[in-house]
Design a protein around this ligand. Structure first.
Ligand SMILES: [Zn+2]
Length: 127
């Protein structure tokens, strides 16, 4: 298990996390489906946090640089792939961040059960 996933400094406040859940609703169904698979398959690398942005690499047909930036009210995804920013890679990173926050910070939201069906099992698998 990647130690960065346990980094407490990554913890985001509940308002930011709630907003991230809402932001995922704006993604198309295909990006959601593939993004969930990517997160569950461990294609999201360790996240880094700089100020209000979270970044990680996500392994798809290539390795892409993905980021989510929070301005205090809204999230903005970014991805280096040709399809981004509302792509499966950005979705996968958000899923991993939410799963991490649920597992290690007790973040809960009624939507998490359907949003992250496979991710928490993956995060706990190495324990
Ligand atoms: Zn992408």
């Amino acid at each position: 298990m990647d130690m960065a996933l346990r980094d407490q400094s990554l913890m985001l406040g509940a308002p930011a996390l709630q907003a991230l859940v809402g932001e995922l609703d704006t993604f198309g169904w295909r990006a959601r489906e593939r993004g969930q698979h990517y997160a569950a398959q461990g294609r999201v690398g360790a996240f880094g946090v700089e100020g209000r942005s979270i970044h990680a690499t996500v392994r798809g047909s290539d390795v892409y640089e993905v980021a989510w930036e929070w301005d205090g009210e809204q999230w903005y995804p970014d991805c280096s792939c040709p399809v981004g920013p509302d792509c499966k890679h950005a979705y996968a990173l958000a899923c991993s961040v939410l799963a991490h926050s649920r597992t290690y910070a007790g973040f809960e939201h009624p939507r998490l059960a359907t949003l992250l069906p496979a991710v928490p099992r993956l995060l706990l698998a190495g324990e």
